[in-house]
Design a binder for this molecule. Structure first.
Ligand code: SF4
Length: 65
């Protein structure tokens, strides 16, 4: 699995950070998503899929799934 995020679309909701905190963080200034790793551990993949589905801005894209 490889992750990309579109920080320009992100609305700083924080859903991804709550669901997959090893993969996503939020910018301290504006709350936009910060991608901690493009390739999550196998144990975090389900949480990353949930984050993609839960993102209100469709700012998370997964490939190789
Ligand atoms: S869930 Fe989507 S909109 Fe919310 S912080 Fe994460 S990437 Fe941004």
């Amino acid at each position: 699995m490889k992750i990309t995020v579109d920080t320009g679309s992100c609305v700083s909701s924080g859903q991804c950070v709550l669901l997959a905190p090893e993969t996503f963080d939020q910018n301290e200034d504006d709350g936009t998503v910060v991608l901690l790793t493009e390739e999550p551990s196998s144990g975090e993949e389900d949480a990353v899929r949930q984050a993609e589905l839960s993102c209100p801005a469709a700012a998370i894209r997964l490939s190789g799934t």
